[in-house]
Design a protein around this ligand. Structure first.
Ligand code: FMN
Length: 218
């Protein structure tokens, strides 16, 4: 698969088969992740890869904490973000709603509980970064995350990046004994896509270049 096809074909997967992913395959995906460029090649990322009973324990704790704290899905995270971006979240929910309806679950429960369970994927990956680094270094982690997701797609695996789980960072830290110096930046669900699920048909849209690019000197 060439790079452009991989980029075009990757999409968030929110329905997975229960089939286990061989460790060698996860290693290939992680090898791709760490080929990402990083500032001064400091490679600030650290990964926690969780499967089997450990993953079950993690997701049970996350779900419990989520319910106890009655976390609300707040796309703006309490900050005032321009209406343009709020509308994009609304558009995503409107677009994905028919696919989720087919699963019989309300959209809010599906997204919240689904995220907390890594959408039942057999593998949960947490990408962390040392707190000593400035926020600008999140770019490095983002680049590694995209490499990871593209490589997974190239190998026939599916992924979904997960930030909702960060509301329960303390729970993940405790369950996985994540050292205090590391901040959890992003979760990634990894597994074989359930291509029979109605959700597999969903593909999100993108802005048009004409609306977001300024060309000079052409
Ligand atoms: C940083 C980040 C956090 C995300 N968090 C979640 C999440 O918590 N739950 C979820 O279902 N999807 C999550 N997503 C997936 C986005 O909704 C998805 O990438 C976006 O709608 C574009 O769709 P696509 O990935 O299929 O191209 C996240 C994506 C990113 C990059």
């Amino acid at each position: 698969m060439d790079v452009l096809s991989a980029i075009a074909g990757r999409k968030s997967i929110r329905a997975f088969k229960s089939d286990l992913v061989p460790k060698e395959m996860i290693e290939r995906v992680l090898q791709a992740a760490i080929q990402a460029p990083s500032s001064s090649n400091q490679q600030p990322w650290r990964f926690f890869v969780v499967t089997g009973s450990e993953k079950e324990r993690l997701t049970e704790s996350l779900l419990k904490a989520c319910k106890e704290r009655s976390l609300k899905y707040d796309p703006s995270k309490g900050k005032t973000i321009p209406q343009e971006y709020v509308e994009k979240t609304k558009a995503l929910f409107k677009d994905i709603r028919p696919y989720i309806q087919e699963t019989g679950k309300p959209i809010k429960d599906f997204v919240e509980e689904g995220s907390y369970q890594f959408y039942q994927a057999p593998v949960a990956i947490l990408i962390t970064m040392d707190k000593c680094f400035p926020r600008s270094r999140l770019v490095d982690v983002g680049l590694a995350a995209e490499n990871l997701m593209l490589a997974a797609h190239g190998l026939g695996l599916g992924t979904c990046a997960l930030a909702l789980i960060l509301a329960c960072e303390d729970v993940m830290r405790e369950e996985l004994k994540i050292p205090d110096n590391l901040e959890i930046i992003l979760g990634i669900a990894l597994g074989y896509p359930d291509t029979a699920s109605p959700l597999y048909q969903f593909k999100s849209t993108r802005d048009e270049l004409k609306d977001i690019v300024v060309w000079k000197g052409f």
